[in-house]
Design a protein around this ligand. Structure first.
Ligand code: GLU
Ligand code: ZN
Length: 276
């Protein structure tokens, strides 16, 4: 059975872009008789605001979506820690104590996610006294997994190459996992067979695919959909004046009508869908 999910982080209210993403994931699986999951990705330290999860549920209900909720990331920390220990033991992770300033000072190259970590700490051993992030040794990881592929429903078959991201952080200094590790483990644990999300996350799938190969996890398909942008071509965000779904809901707007408009790709003035 096909299983997809919507996995919002409760760092801020949802806006139209999130509504579009949730509807795409929901409709893709519902029309194929599958399951649509909601997972709250709340391991962002102080930026995670738990009260927002209730707001998200109210927003999705208002849009007329039906979902099954799976446990939030904050309840799964033990599984992240266990996997990180295993990868560390296999020599695939190394501790890094660099600050952003250290990385800038090393005059890094720039990749899809900003500065690429220059590998300053590579080969270092863990010192339990010193808090450190754990980075994936991507060259070593690639040597282990060899040539692997991933399949996007829109973009087709793609060879996994996470090297443009450098040695990404898998365990943050302040959290037992990074987004990459947590989300990859959770999608496997939740039985997700179709990872549906915006094209802004497309390139990161290279990293996730390699993690799946290293950890022998089942491999889903992906559906990276076009994303909504404002007049300036930037992703919608509440801080740039895009009203939240909660604002619209509380102002009495009809959520199901809004959902149908998004399905028909009818967007408010200034907002459009772009394919990258
Ligand atoms: N929590 C992530 C976000 O809100 C989810 C991304 C994903 O679907 O993998 O951006
Ligand atoms: Zn470092």
């Amino acid at each position: 059975m096909i299983v997809s999910r919507f996995a919002p982080s409760p760092n801020g209210s949802l806006h139209l872009g999130h509504a579009y993403a949730a509807i795409v994931a929901h409709d893709l699986v519902r029309e194929r008789g599958g399951r649509f999951l909601l997972r709250i990705e709340d391991i962002d330290g102080e930026r995670s605001r738990h009260e927002l999860a209730d707001e998200f549920r109210a927003d999705l209900e208002w849009l007329g979506l039906e979902w099954e909720e799976v446990p939030a990331q904050s309840t799964r920390l033990a599984s992240y820690e266990e996997t990180a220990r295993e990868l560390l033991h296999r020599g695939l992770l190394y501790p890094c104590t660099c600050t952003r300033a250290d990385i800038q000072a090393a005059e890094p190259r720039f990749g899809p996610e900003g500065a690429i970590y220059p590998g300053t700490c590579k080969g270092r051993l863990l010192d339990p006294e010193k808090p450190a992030a754990l980075r994936l040794d991507v060259d070593r990881a690639m040597a282990e997994v060899g040539e692997i592929f991933w399949e996007d429903e829109l973009a087709g078959l793609i060879m996994a190459d996470p090297r443009p991201f450098g040695d990404v952080v898998l365990v943050r200094k302040d959290a037992p996992a990074s987004y990459h590790l947590a989300m990859t483990l959770d999608d496997a644990a939740d039985g997700v067979t179709l990872v549906t999300r915006g094209q802004d996350l497309f390139a990161l799938t290279h990293v996730h695919r390699v993690l799946q190969a290293l950890l022998d996890l089942p491999v889903p398909d992906w559906h990276h959909h076009p994303i909504l942008v404002d007049e300036t071509g930037q992703k919608l965000a509440k801080r740039r004046g895009s009203p939240s779904l909660a604002d619209r809901r509380l102002a009495g707007e009809d959520g199901r009508e809004l959902a149908d408009a998004l399905r028909a790709e009818e967007f408010p003035t200034g907002i459009s869908l772009v394919s990258t």
